[in-house]
Design a protein around this ligand. Structure first.
Ligand SMILES: [Zn+2]
Length: 386
């Protein structure tokens, strides 16, 4: 199911393979987000061409729209969106916490009103898995309770306690075509996090996610939590950091033993004209001179990985006036279809003119950037340079 091919000697980073019903995915990997059965502005052929091996979709959103009757009639999400690769589905716990109009968490499950039409739903741990079975995802997440940030100890404790209770119920449901992941909660409280990790570990899930992070806590707290939670999790199972993050956060998390990521940043930022580019002038601590060496590899390989303050990438706002007559690609170091075929001046024009093509071309580039980052990370681990 999950096989570790290589473990870094310099950090907790691992190179591996995760086997799912719809294919084997090399780890560490990044999942572009297809919340509502599409990676916004891209179709499934685009996603495939960009080299994405797995995507993420969402139980909460698909339950509300198009609804389970249509999902069943379509024969599941793979057929519905014509995507042949693996899919992971989030259980809806996080969306109920962040989107639902009203919500009430009981011992049995979550009662909430749809943010679309106010219709009331009750999502139990069992129903969340039943829905994910109808969706036909390769990896199902159990329904969890995500504490807000900041959370009092009492709130965090209750969220972690319910998450474990729901995990026990979830484990009773078997779907042999699907991997099932548990989600560690406990907010920023070390003993709660460790207890949550141990309780879930005893249930023997196929993989373990760390939830309730990237919800507003300082970045250093997130890394601190990873530092003590990951060694507690079974090393032979995949580790998934939900909803993270910026490229440098991904690098830091891989270093701490995370294998799987998802985040809206590359796609959402693209639609706002924020473009990721490999830095032509890697700025190092102490400020070194510009280097001609491939900066991302230099960054990734330097002393067991990227130094904390190193920036191996930059961002640019494509709507900026200075790109008006810039007929170079978004990033001359990028091999994506957008950079091979179009210029900054053209993309700026599309954004200024409100042409939907601009959103699409920017999304293609940013998703490519994230996937390329993961390829570089895997290459660096393989070469013993991460
Ligand atoms: Zn590009």
């Amino acid at each position: 199911m999950f096989k570790i091919l290589k473990t870094s000697k310099k950090s907790r980073a691992r190179l591996g393979k995760l086997k799912t019903l719809h294919g084997v995915v090399p780890t560490p990997f990044f999942m572009p987000i297809a919340t509502k059965a599409s990676v916004k502005t891209l179709d499934s052929a685009d996603i495939l061409n960009l080299g994405a091996e797995i995507i993420l979709s969402n139980t909460y959103h698909l339950l509300l729209r198009p609804g389970m009757e249509i999902m069943k009639k379509a024969g599941g999400l793979h057929k519905f969106m014509n995507w042949g690769g693996p899919i992971l589905t989030d259980s809806g716990g996080y969306q109920i916490f962040s989107l639902a109009k009203q919500r009430k968490i009981t011992r049995d499950g979550a009662i909430f009103r749809s943010h679309i039409d106010g219709k009331q739903f009750t999502l139990t741990p069992e129903l969340a898995l039943e829905i994910q079975k109808n969706i036909g995802s390769d990896i199902a997440m159990i329904l969890d309770v995500c504490a807000p940030y900041p959370a009092t100890r009492k709130v965090a404790e209750e969220a972690a306690r319910l998450t474990t209770a729901w995990a026990v119920r979830s484990k009773k449901i078997k779907n042999k075509n699907q991997l099932m992941f548990g989600i560690v909660q406990g907010s920023v409280y070390k003993d709660l996090r460790l207890q949550s990790a141990r309780e879930l570990m005893n249930l023997n899930f196929d993989g373990y996610a760390i939830g309730g992070l990237a919800v507003g806590e300082p970045r250093k707290d997130m890394f601190k939590i990873l530092d003590y939670v990951i060694p507690e999790l079974p090393a032979e199972k995949p580790h998934y950091l939900m909803g993270v993050g910026q490229p440098e956060e991904i690098v830091e998390a891989v270093r701490r033993g995370i294998d799987m990521f998802d985040c809206v940043l590359p796609t959402r930022n693209a639609r706002h004209g924020l473009i990721y580019i490999w830095s032509p002038r890697l700025s190092l601590r102490g400020g070194r001179k510009p280097t001609k060496q491939s900066p991302e590899i230099a960054a990734l390989s330097r002393q067991g990985g990227i130094a904390r303050k190193d920036r191996f990438y930059d961002t640019l706002h494509i709507t900026n006036e200075k790109f008006k007559k810039d007929f170079s690609p978004l990033d001359k170091n990028c091999s994506c279809p957008t950079c091979k075929n179009y210029t900054r001046a053209y993309l700026r024009h599309l954004f200024i003119a409100g042409e939907p093509l601009g959103l699409r071309l920017a999304t293609i580039h940013n998703v490519h950037f994230y996937l390329e980052l993961m390829r570089k990370i895997r290459k660096a681990i393989r070469a013993g340079k991460f």
